[in-house]
Design a protein around this ligand. Sequence first.
Ligand code: ZN
Length: 91
Amino acid sequence: MTSPEAKRMWRRAIKEHFNCQCVYCGETYELHELTLDHVVPRFCGGQTTTRNLVPSCRKCNQNKGTNNWLTWMRQTFGHTPRERRIMEYIT
Ligand SMILES: [Zn+2]
């Protein structure tokens, strides 16, 4: 998991796992339009592992910033079935 190619494949696999949807707003994007977001931000101890990385559009990634993902998501979108999906994925 150290070569750039392996890294690229890994990032792609995470996006494909979520059908190229932004986990937060639920919109579908092209692979290259999606970023990978640390559910638990790095500065809060979040790690760069598959279980802490979810595909996010740039807009959601920016808006979420360093907020708690669940708090931010509920403030932004209300209660959605997507939060459960994230919860199951990260635990
Ligand atoms: Zn989004």
